[in-house]
Design a protein around this ligand. Structure first.
Ligand code: XMP
Length: 430
């Protein structure tokens, strides 16, 4: 492993990923790690001190402890020249020189071996999970998202039916999603899976609630209550599995990085239900999590699925959710996804979905006046979800999707395409 010491550079993760892309494992540690702590880490071959634009915290310039240089490891101070390249994997000529320097350090100076790959990662984690958990049981909330699915498959490989997965269907899943969780984990992988259909419970709590933040709060709160009730029914659980990944940890704040948002995967359960956490993906970047899922044999659609918000279709069925509009939303979204896949757009567009507003418009159907819901199509590209641009979709594809939605989805008489970038709009409508 190559250790990167964090002096507040935004490029720590870029460097970590570049080293991992060379097949050498790399982890980021706080700048004030002691020589003893560094020596206690497994298989350290060298240290990258990655200085940067933020190494003044509260007016004080931070630095690594001088003893780090005497700890017996090769050290490179990477600093500012690395900070110039946004993505080390795609170098122009100058940048190529920097990658060569990093490569020379990793292999020639440190003598690291390129033996970090997903096969070895899975084997290592299986061993570590078994060490941590022994013959105790692990509970996991399996939403069917990429992270929870991959962590489920990994835990299943490590401890088999001592893993108990709970899938809560809040009634706001996309078409076929809960079914896929049951099919893949329940039937194909034979996991110990508790399936809870809480649709009625969620929809009745959400009845007449129009405010988006209020809807989010209800969905999040109710989810924890349902999960907690299931947890209490089970005996002898000691651990809680979580699909925490590296960006979750970074976003929750480090010694040098400001907090972006609180880590929504952690906590929420009542005091008397606190379990020890098992988080085998906590050092992985998103693309590595997907590679891990592929290594574990999960279906492509599950591993490469587009991002889906926690509150699910609840924030796309605008205003107070009603069953007829939720149905129109689910069906139109399924058509959109099907047609995007046929056109190869599913591999190109970052996020695409439909939205159903809470107002009607006039149309004509079978020579009679109709008064029905519109469906809005949204398709965006982004790097980090902070800003986004719209996808320029071929007219013929939009035309086909529109015709299908109007023919196949009840109570819809109009289809629109959202042209707005972020900003001024956000990606979701609520
Ligand atoms: P916005 O709408 O803020 O969305 O531009 C940015 C990204 O975040 C997703 N999103 C959410 N994800 N819970 C989530 O887990 C939420 O409440 C939520 N709201 C938005 C959105 O789908 C997009 O990918």
């Amino acid at each position: 492993m190559i250790v990167i010491l964090d002096l507040g550079s935004h490029y720590n993760t870029v460097v970590a990923r570049a080293i991992r892309a060379m097949g050498v494992y790399s982890e980021i540690y706080p700048h004030d790690i002691t020589a003893a702590e560094l020596k206690a880490l497994p298989n350290v071959k060298g240290v990258v001190i990655n200085g940067g634009e933020n190494n003044v915290i509260d007016g004080v310039r931070i630095d690594v402890l001088p003893e780090i240089y005497e700890a017996g490891f090769p050290v490179i101070a990477a600093g500012h020249e690395l900070a110039k390249c946004e993505n080390l994997a795609e170098f122009s000529d100058d940048e190529k020189a920097i990658e060569d320097a990093l490569r020379g350090f990793v292999f020639d100076v440190c003598g690291a071996q390129a033996n970090w790959n997903m096969t070895n990662f899975v084997a290592d984690q299986v061993e570590l999970i078994r060490e941590q958990v022994g013959d105790k049981k692990v509970l996991l909330a399996l939403s069917g998202g990429v992270d929870s699915s991959v962590v489920a498959a990994l835990l299943l490989k490590a401890i088999g039916n001592n893993l108990v997965c709970v899938h809560v269907n809040h009634g706001l899943m996309r078409k076929g999603e809960s079914e896929a969780v049951v099919e893949v984990f329940g039937r194909q992988l034979n996991a110990n899976l508790v399936y809870v259909d809480a649709t009625d419970r969620f929809l009745s709590k959400l009845e007449n609630v129009a405010d988006p933040e209020e809807k989010r709060k209800i969905i999040g709160g109710e989810f924890i209550r349902v999960f907690e009730e299931e947890a209490r029914k089970l005996d002898g659980i000691d651990f809680l599995g979580q699909g925490t990944i590296y960006p979750d940890i970074v976003e929750s704040g480090t010694k040098t990085a400001k907090m972006v948002k609180s880590h929504h995967n952690v906590g929420g359960l009542p005091e008397d239900l606190q379990f020890a956490l098992v988080e085998p993906l906590r050092q992985l970047f998103k693309d590595e999590v997907r590679a891990c899922g592929v290594e574990l044999g999960l279906p492509y659609e599950m591993v490469y699925r587009q991002p889906f918000p926690g509150p699910g279709l609840g924030v796309r069925c605008l205003g107070a959710i009603t069953r007829d509009r939720l149905e129109a939303l689910r069906e139109s979204d399924a058509i959109l996804r099907e047609e995007f896949a046929l056109a190869g757009l599913d591999k190109k567009v970052w996020q695409y979905f439909t939205v159903v507003p809470d107002f009607k418009s006039v149309g004509v159907r079978n020579n009679a006046r109709s008064y029905d819901w519109p469906v809005i199509i949204r398709a965006v590209n982004t790097i980090d979800a902070m800003t986004a641009t719209i996808e320029h979709i071929d007219w013929a594809i939009l035309d086909k999707i529109t015709k299908r939605i109007l023919a196949e989805v009840p109570n819809v008489n109009r289809v629109c395409y959202d042209m707005s970038p972020k900003p001024s709009a956000t990606i979701e409508w609520e």
